[in-house]
Design a protein around this ligand. Sequence first.
Ligand code: NAD
Ligand code: DAU
Length: 340
Amino acid sequence: MNIIVTGGAGFIGSNFIFHMLAKYPDYRIICLDKLTYAGNLSTLECVMDNPNFSFVKADICDREAVYALFEREKPDMVVNFAAESHVDRSIDNPSIFLHTNIIGTSVLMDACLKYGIERYHQVSTDEVYGDLPLDRPDLFFTEETPLHTSSPYSSSKASADLLVLAYHRTYGLNVSISRCSNNYGPYHFPEKLIPLTIVNALANKALPVYGKGENVRDWLYVEDHCKAIDLIIHKGRVGEVYNIGGHNEMKNIDIVKIICRLLGKSEDLITYVADRKGHDMRYAIDPAKIHAELGWLPETKFADGIRKTVDWYLNNRKWWEDIVSGEYRDYYDKMYGNRG
Ligand code: NAD
Ligand code: DAU
């Protein structure tokens, strides 16, 4: 089995590659990644010498490069993680989100049609459903929840999802889509809430919390997401959408306090800053379909996962110190410098 994994130098894609190489010793994994600010080759260092792994630096929007790769590798499957993924950046500059997340997806699917494929899998997000009110804890996102996006990021992901379903209906392409809740774990880029809080706390820097910190996210350990995708691409039904989430809803402020406690840092570091524009209140996934059809359940409890994650950042300082000392510094100053 030859699998092209796009965006494999990023957070979830890299964890997926590690999972697949460990579980399927007879599979070949080809990682295609543009190495944007969020892609990091050092993340893949531990698999670079694996004969079943190869890395290709390319842009999913570059039709010529993508077709050449398909021609050469004849993939059986494509799992598309490649995307611009940070909501705040999408609010600042939507256009690259539309280009990568929508056009890039269409180029990959065109290549699948041209060269033939067993399965194209689109890694999507629960953000395509918009948000839920805080005072209705009985409501959850199901696969039937209407798409109702809030940010340029989520709109671009929803557009891509619609395109994927259109390629299935119109051209008969063998597709599947997964919509997962917030992930956390090793190799998470420190612009996102959990790694940013860990990295700032370790430097005794302010811990920025948007608005009142009451927004709720449904956190899932990254390995559980990877296992769910593994199940879907092998056993999931073609043309179907599967929600992935572990019923682990938590307020942002509580997450930040837990990290302070694990690191022995004072909650005085917590700094309330201006809210995100259009900030979604609550995400909550109903994972009944993937559980009933594929037997998936999350395995890592939040208390264990967050401890493992904090330990990983303590034991892998060079990985994130190289990031926060580079161009990320300019991003941080721009995003948080005058936030007040
Ligand atoms: P990430 O930002 O950490 O990584 C994205 C990767 O894609 C990087 O390696 C980057 O270099 C690569 N990339 C970006 N543009 C590219 C292009 N044009 N061509 C080739 N490669 C390109 O993202 P992540 O958090 O690992 O998310 C991966 C996928 O999962 C995304 O599609 C995201 O929408 C989705 N998702 C993320 C979460 C989450 O909590 N992080 C939850 C649900 C779904
Ligand atoms: O739900 C899945 C989505 O989760 C993915 O599709 C996205 O790619 C991923 O980035 C993530 O989106 P969020 O916007 O939920 O994640 P983020 O870590 O940016 O923010 C989590 C919450 O914390 C959100 O309510 C905003 C808040 N926040 C974030 C940052 C970076 C803060 O309060 N302070 C911060 O500094």
